[in-house]
Design a protein around this ligand. Structure first.
Ligand SMILES: O=C(O)CCC(=O)C(=O)O
Length: 248
């Protein structure tokens, strides 16, 4: 898949780009099925193993002591599960990553996480730049592909972006006490809601400011975030290239 000059320009100007129908309906159904199975196992047993490896998960704040806690996210499924690794290695996705991250063909997965945003209790993800966590250098050598597994709407907590904020460079972030989150100090500008249908994805720059709001609806808003690094254009990152999952 090759981007049009208009799509390239949109990404360069805004720091994000929506791609409709990134995965087929059947792949989407399989992804949803696997995610549901893993969530069931984790919620029942407080842990799940995929191919003998433990799946890391996080529960929604306040839900940790519930008999069946609501899960906030699952991490590193592509590392543990060949099915997820196969989808992450789709040439259509890797070509888009190469095109948007500086042109080199070498692509690795820095990490991946499924944000589950359960109905009624899915909590917000505060405004942040992904590279406040990953420290990929140069900043454009990495990007996130945020694949909607459910329709992402304003009510269930779709992504919000501050268009063009990736051009401001790295903004200092502070930790939010008693949470795993980082966020910049003070007002950063107007956020734009980007609702997308299931199967579509948003590719975003590691420096674009983005957030998602709490899920106030009766429908879950699951999304699989694939954080990629272009191994040809990347110089450094918190995780050394050798520890990333090389996909091409
Ligand atoms: O899915 C969410 O709610 C947040 C995702 C996010 O911040 C990211 O993928 O970088």
């Amino acid at each position: 898949m090759s981007l049009t000059p208009q799509q390239q320009a949109f990404y360069e100007n805004n720091g994000y780009l929506v791609i409709e129908n990134l995965v087929s309906r059947s792949t989407l159904e399989e992804l949803r099925g696997r995610v549901s199975e893993i969530c069931e196992e984790v919620a029942e047993r407080r842990e799940a193993a995929v191919a003998g490896k433990r799946v890391n998960s996080m529960v929604e704040p306040g839900a940790a002591t519930a008999a069946k806690p609501s899960l906030r996210k699952l991490t590193e499924l592509a590392v543990t599960d060949p099915f997820f690794r196969g989808v992450a290695s789709d040439p259509k996705i890797l070509d888009l990553v190469s095109e948007l991250s500086g042109g080199g063909r070498g692509v690795a997965l820095y990490s991946d996480q499924v944000f589950l945003k359960p109905a009624f209790c899915g909590s917000a993800k505060p405004l942040h730049q992904d590279n406040s966590y990953f420290k990929v250098a140069p900043h454009h050598a990495g990007l996130t592909c945020w694949l909607a597994l459910d329709d992402a709407t304003v009510e269930n907590g779709c992504m919000h972006y501050i268009p063009g904020s990736h051009k401001r460079g790295m903004i200092p972030h502070k930790s939010i006490p008693q949470t795993p989150h980082l966020t910049p100090d003070g007002e950063q500008g107007a956020e734009v809601a980007i609702p997308i249908p299931a199967g579509a994805a948003i590719f975003h720059h590691l420096l674009v400011l983005h957030s998602s709001k709490a899920n106030t609806s009766a429908h879950s808003r699951r999304a699989w975030a694939l954080h990629f690094a272009n191994t040809d254009t990347m110089a450094e990152a918190v995780k050394p290239a050798g520890q990333m999952l090389r996909l091409r």
